[in-house]
Design a protein around this ligand. Sequence first.
Ligand code: FES
Ligand code: FES
Length: 156
Amino acid sequence: MTVNGKSVSGDVEGRTLLAEFLREGLKMTGTHIGCDTSQCGACVVHMNGEAVKSCSVLALDAEGAEVMTIEGMANPDGSLSVIQQAFQDHHGLQCGFCTPGMVMSAAALLKDNPKPTEREIREYLEGNICRCTGYHNIVKAIMAASGQDVGAIAAE
Ligand code: FES
Ligand code: FES
């Protein structure tokens, strides 16, 4: 498969999950595993341009796919992407455990819907859990990353 534009390969068992292959096979630990029930979204990556929970995809099923992980989100010069910068600017993270998945989900959302409403952002993030409950600033960060005013976001 291709991960962040680089061709990679490895031997895996039939049961190996994409999340495990990324973390243990490729030592790319930016993709987190926060549950074993496919609920938390910490493991979200893009596969062939779509956001997927990499704990729910067998590595074998990603054979030949184009995978993008959080390690591939920064700009080529190493600076933060617009979304990452917005998370930093708007305090969209606390412990940071959910952040890779949140950023990957946000990127997928903004690709399909460049100016989402607050409600659309909240609905899209239904599959991403922040155990620090930092949702308000995460929503703010995504609004800001889409170039929208964040002043009107209701405090929750
Ligand atoms: S680790 Fe994939 S959804 Fe929780
Ligand atoms: S910032 Fe801690 S889990 Fe979201």
